[in-house]
Ligand binder design. Structure first.
Ligand code: G3P
Ligand code: CA
Length: 375
């Protein structure tokens, strides 16, 4: 007569089954993030606190730091005279007064300007004109920042040291930028964990082994970043379009009849499941610790793209032992949606809102923090 199958035996077999399943699929995303020294879920302040202050300026980065964001995100470019600096767009028209200061060169790429020339530009006034409800007189005259200056900002608050989340932007325009970035990070002591001072046991994000995360949309740049800085966590950014994931439909925006880009992108999807998977596989093979997929936002807007953070996509990525940091999400409805779909961190222009959502609210309001920093 077989022994009775007691509740205890049932529990034991369930636990064993769970342990075997875990062993088969490897550590989960929380453990993966911890291995790389990356908070989970991560708050990545996209171009700084860029909803509340002009993107990629000292006002935006200081605010993101003092709010308690885990990372200051930036798009890296290199000036004509070789200085690394942060700017998203290829040229200076949208976010500076280049048309007034250098009218004959207003369409030139930013890398056609020396750092001294870039420093003459006003990178704050455009924000006041675009967002009068968030405008501040102190934003007028804000400067484009060098990587050195952003590092200074990241290091300056003794109570909170965020990490740096650095994108090599259009790296084909900047041959050797991966090596230049390595030299700068090395020079500033950011390629090794800084170690905690005093009695704190836990390292802050900006002091541990995940203090720098490197990101790129370009396969060639991922490979160069891995070659130059194999020990630094890397993310392959994903979107549907030229040079990245091949779309199912080849109909262009102009041909589509869609009313705006967000509506067009919302219907974009990878050519096939295998097409998506091969990009994730490539990221893993090149040493990335995760992917950065685009999100389709509930309310649309110019940062709403194809939904590449669907549950099956995140599951597949996790199954390969990779993390998912989705860009760029600002509303609670979308925070909820992407977290439910399984992402491990979010790029956001509204670090204050995401911190609230994660139940890690800042000690002061954004307005107070901007004011404390003199804005
Ligand atoms: O770095 C990823 C995220 O920033 C989205 O891309 O165009 O805003 O740099 P973008
Ligand atoms: Ca970016």
């Amino acid at each position: 007569m077989p022994a009775p199958f007691t509740k205890r035996a049932l529990l034991l077999s369930l636990m064993l089954g769970f342990a075997q399943a875990q062993a088969a699929s490897g550590p989960g995303p929380v453990a993966l993030a911890a291995e790389s020294g990356i908070p989970h879920p991560a708050v990545i302040a996209h171009r700084g606190a860029s909803y509340d202050a002009p993107e990629s300026t000292a006002a935006a980065y200081r605010a993101a730091r003092d709010l308690g964001a885990d990372y200051l995100e930036m798009d890296l470019q290199r000036s004509k005279d070789g200085v690394l600096f942060a700017l998203h767009d290829n040229n200076l028209q949208r976010t500076t007064d280049v048309a007034t200061k250098f009218p004959e060169r207003k369409d030139s790429p930013a890398n056609a300007f020396t750092m001294a020339e870039l420093k003459t530009l006003d990178a704050g006034s455009w924000f006041n004109a675009a967002y009068p409800d968030r405008a501040r007189p102190s934003f007028v005259g804000l400067k484009i920042l060098t990587l050195d200056e952003i590092i200074d900002i990241a290091q300056a608050n003794p109570l909170h040291k965020p990490g740096l989340y650095i994108e090599t932007k259009e790296p084909k325009q900047f041959p050797g930028i991966e090596r230049d970035l390595k030299a700068k990070l090395q020079d500033r002591g950011w390629l090794i964990p800084a170690g905690a001072k005093g009695k704190r046991k836990e390292l802050a994000v900006g002091q541990g082994k995940g203090r720098v995360v490197l990101q790129t949309f370009e396969k060639s740049s991922l490979e160069l970043l891995e070659k130059e800085m194999p020990q630094v966590p890397k993310i392959l950014l994903l979107w549907v379009g030229e040079g990245n994931i091949e779309p199912k439909s080849k109909v262009s925006f102009a041909e589509s009849g869609d009313k705006d880009h967000a509506a067009y992108y919302a219907r974009q999807e990878p050519k096939s499941k295998a097409e998506f998977q091969q990009w994730v596989d490539y990221a893993k093979a090149q040493g990335a610790i995760g992917t950065g997929p685009s999100a389709a936002l509930t309310h649309g807007g110019d940062q709403s793209y194809a939904d590449l953070a669907k549950p099956w996509m995140n599951q597949y990525t996790h199954d390969q032992g990779l993390l998912v940091h989705v860009y760029t999400v600002d509303d609670a409805v979308d925070y909820q949606k992407v977290m439910a779909a399984g992402v491990d961190g979010i790029f956001t222009n509204r670090a204050s809102e995401l911190l609230k959502f994660y139940k890690r609210p800042a000690a002061a309001s954004v307005g107070q923090i901007l004011q404390n920093n003199g804005y």
